[in-house]
Design a protein around this ligand. Structure first.
Ligand SMILES: [Zn+2]
Length: 189
């Protein structure tokens, strides 16, 4: 299984939100977000669910891919509504609740007692786990800390869990650094 740490920065920065549901919303989408699409086939869905949820041996089919898209959009649109100070729409609530109603992934300690594995993980269970994470996030204390990265050319989501609540960038290495460089340039001219 590929881990987040193994990904090149331009891909890894999609998965630094701190929440698996928001990370999943960064795998693409409809309309303007189609340029981000990395879930083209069921195999892509298996792969990226594995990376995001740290699950080995997950295999998804065509119907799973069709089921994943509306869940992903409900998470993305819901999170962006909250980031803009609005509430989550009734239709997005319904999609998330339906996905969460399925049994989620069940973690099991490995025999050594130090690792986690999942018994026969399915894509439906993975979507349930993601929907439950979104429900927890949207209804909990961090809902007001969901932000869109401040870089004009970015648009990725993040949850600001910093104590002062001043996190602005999806990734310090990417958008934070670019902003710093631009600031230096501005001051130098
Ligand atoms: Zn960014």
């Amino acid at each position: 299984m590929q881990g987040r740490a193994d990904l090149p920065l331009d891909v890894r920065r999609r998965f630094l939100t701190g929440r698996v549901s928001l990370d999943f919303s960064h795998t693409g989408g409809d309309g303007d977000w189609a340029v981000w699409e990395i879930l083209h086939t069921p195999a892509d869905l298996s792969h990226w669910l594995g990376v995001i949820l740290s699950v080995d041996g997950l295999s998804a089919g065509g119907p799973d891919l069709a089921a994943a898209r509306p869940v992903r959009m409900a998470i993305a649109v819901g999170a962006r509504s909250l980031a803009a100070g609005r509430s989550v729409s009734a239709s997005d609530v319904a999609v998330l609740n339906a996905a969460a109603a399925a049994p989620p992934l069940v973690p099991q300690l490995t025999p050594s007692g130090m690792g986690v594995s999942f018994e026969a993980p399915t894509a439906a269970a993975a979507l349930s786990t993601l929907a439950r994470d979104a429900i927890d996030l949207f209804s909990g204390p961090w809902a007001g800390r969901i932000r869109v990265c401040a870089a004009a050319d970015c648009g990725l989501l993040l949850v600001d869990t910093s104590r002062p609540g001043q996190r602005r960038w999806c990734s310090m290495q990417r958008c934070g650094n670019l902003a710093k460089v631009r600031g230096h340039r501005r001051r130098a001219t």
